[in-house]
Design a protein around this ligand. Structure first.
Ligand SMILES: C[S@@+](CC[C@H](N)C(=O)[O-])C[C@H]1O[C@@H](n2cnc3c(N)ncnc32)[C@H](O)[C@@H]1O
Length: 331
C-alpha cells in the first residue's frame, strides 16, 4: 500500500472510531447502561429499541440468546471466543457470564471504556469465564493466540476490505473454529415489506400511540405511497429521511450476499437463519401506557418472527454460523 493510501485508510478508521465514540458518549449521558441485565428506560431514544428494557430484550436479547445457542452447539464449555467490533461489550459480557473466555476488540476507545465500566460493575459473577477488552482494529486479534469461536455482531458490514478481515478471522481460529454473525441483508427488503410497516405506523398514529401524532392527518393515497417509499429507504439506509448522516462512514459497506461470498472463501457455511424484518425500528416509536406498549411490542415481535419464518415478510438482518475450512496439505 502506498503512503497516501495508508494515510487515507488510517484517516477512514479514525473517522469510523470517532463516529462510535460520539454515539456512545451521547448514549451514556442519557442513561444507557451497557449491560443487557441492567438496562434502564431512556426517552433519549425516540424510536430505537434501546428506549425500554422490554424492547431491548425482544431484539438484542434474542440476538444474544441465539449467539449463546450457536456457540453452545459448536464449541465446548469455557472455549475461547473473540468478539470483533464488540462496541460497548454487552454481548461479550453475556458470553463471559456463560463461562466462555472472551477477548473483545473495538476501534472505538469510548465504546471500550463503556464496556470496561459495565464489566467493573458486573454483579453476576457465578460461573463467569474471563473477559478482556482491547482498543484497536480487528487485526490486533492476531496478537492474542487462537480462538475456538469468533462473534461478528454487526461488524462485518463495517469493513470495506472484507476479504482481508475474513482472512484475519480464519487465522485467529483453531482448525475447526467457527464464525457466528448477525449482519444486514437489506437488499431483499421490498416495498411490500415497507407497506406493511407503513400500515402499522399509520394505525398506531391514528390510535394516538405513535411518536409522530400527525402522521395520518390528511393522508391520501399518494401520501401513503410516499410514506411507504420513505420507510423502505429508512430501513435500507438505517436512518430517518431527515437524518443527514448514517451511523458511521463505513456503515453498510456490504450487504448479506457479499458477506456470504467473502466468508465462503475460507469457511463452510453450516447454518443461516433470518433475523427480524421491521420490529426494531418500530417498538421504540410507540407512545402511551408502558404496560400496554410492552404487550404491543411483544405482539409485533411475534408477528414479525412468524411472517419472516413463513416467508411472508423479508428479514433486514440474518444470522450465520460458518466453520473454518481445513487447509489442504498438498505434500
Ligand atoms: C454496529 S456496531 C456493532 C457493535 C456490537 N458488536 C453490537 O452488536 O452491538 C459496529 C462496531 O464495529 C466497530 N468497528 C468498525 N470498524 C472496526 C475495525 N476496523 N476494527 C474493529 N472494530 C471496528 C465500531 O467501532 C462499532 O463499535
Amino acid at each position: 500500500m502506498s503512503a497516501n493510501n495508508e494515510k487515507a485508510a488510517a484517516d477512514a478508521l479514525a473517522s469510523e472510531a470517532e463516529a462510535f465514540d460520539k454515539r456512545i458518549t451521547e448514549r451514556r449521558q442519557h442513561g444507557f447502561v451497557a449491560d443487557l441485565r441492567r438496562m434502564q428506560p431512556s426517552e433519549y431514544f425516540y424510536k430505537s429499541f434501546w428506549r425500554h428494557p422490554h424492547y431491548a430484550d425482544l431484539y438484542v436479547g434474542e440476538m444474544c440468546r441465539n449467539y449463546l445457542k450457536f456457540f453452545a452447539e459448536h464449541v465446548t464449555p469455557g472455549a475461547r471466543i473473540l468478539d470483533l467490533g464488540c462496541g460497548p461489550g454487552y454481548f461479550a459480557l453475556e458470553l463471559a457470564r456463560a463461562g466462555y473466555r472472551v477477548t473483545a476488540i473495538d476501534i472505538s476507545e469510548k465504546s471500550v471504556a463503556t464496556a470496561r465500566a459495565a464489566l467493573a460493575e458486573n454483579p453476576f459473577r457465578d460461573g463467569f469465564g474471563s473477559l478482556e477488552y482491547h482498543v484497536g482494529s480487528y487485526d490486533l486479534a492476531l496478537e492474542f493466540g487462537s480462538f475456538d469461536g469468533v462473534l461478528a455482531s454487526g461488524f462485518l458490514h463495517h469493513i470495506p476490505e472484507i476479504d482481508e478481515a475474513v482472512e484475519v478471522v480464519a487465522r485467529c481460529l483453531v482448525d475447526d473454529g467457527i464464525l457466528v454473525w448477525h449482519e444486514p441483508v437489506h437488499s431483499g427488503w421490498t416495498r411490500t415489506d415497507a407497506a406493511f410497516v407503513a400500515t402499522i405506523r399509520a394505525l398506531l398514529a391514528a390510535s394516538g400511540l405513535w411518536y409522530e401524532p400527525n402522521l395520518p392527518d390528511g393522508l391520501d393515497g399518494p401520501g401513503l405511497l410516499a410514506l411507504t417509499d420513505d420507510i423502505q429507504q429508512e430501513y435500507i439506509l438505517e436512518r430517518d429521511p431527515n437524518e443527514a448522516d448514517g451511523q458511521s462512514p463505513n456503515d453498510l459497506s456490504l450487504d448479506g450476499p457479499e458477506i456470504v461470498r467473502s466468508v465462503s472463501a475460507a469457511f463452510d457455511i453450516v447454518h443461516t437463519q433470518p433475523s427480524y424484518s421491521f420490529v426494531y425500528r418500530l417498538m421504540g416509536g410507540m407512545r402511551g401506557d408502558q404496560e400496554q406498549l410492552n404487550r404491543l411490542a411483544s405482539l409485533l415481535a411475534l408477528i414479525d418472527r412468524t411472517y419472516v419464518d413463513a416467508g411472508i415478510l423479508n428479514p433486514n438482518y440474518f444470522y450465520g454460523v460458518a466453520r473454518k475450512r481445513a487447509v489442504k496439505d498438498n505434500c
